[in-house]
Write a protein that binds this ligand. Structure first.
Ligand SMILES: [Ca+2]
Ligand SMILES: [Ca+2]
Length: 104
């Protein structure tokens, strides 16, 4: 895994982790258990593809709707993108992402 980011993506008050699987480029969500651990292999959830084209993942509620979102930089274009969190452990896909910066 690479490019980990932490935040409460599923809105249960416990900090979760997302990370990109280097080999496949898939983005995975790992629910935090609130006790210092995260869900293992069977509880992780695939929430995106082609994420090996992205870097510098950061999680936080950037649009202040109460749901954690994701920011990431696209390697090829150096653009910064916003991915709205759904509050249930996932994010909007490629079509719903929003460009919010250049030359990152
Ligand atoms: Ca959580
Ligand atoms: Ca949000």
């Amino acid at each position: 895994m690479q490019d980990l980011a932490a935040g409460d993506l599923n809105g249960d008050g416990k900090t979760d982790v997302v990370g990109v699987e280097q080999e496949t480029g898939k983005l995975f969500f790992y629910p935090g258990d609130g006790k210092g651990g995260i869900g293992g292999g069977s509880t992780r959830k695939e929430i995106g593809t082609n994420w090996n084209s992205m870097r510098e993942l950061t999680m936080g509620d950037f649009d202040k709707d109460g749901k954690a979102d994701l920011l990431a930089v696209e390697n090829s274009t150096k653009k910064l993108f916003f991915y709205a969190g759904d509050g249930k452990g996932s994010i909007g896909g490629g079509g719903t992402r929003k460009e919010i910066g250049t030359n990152w």
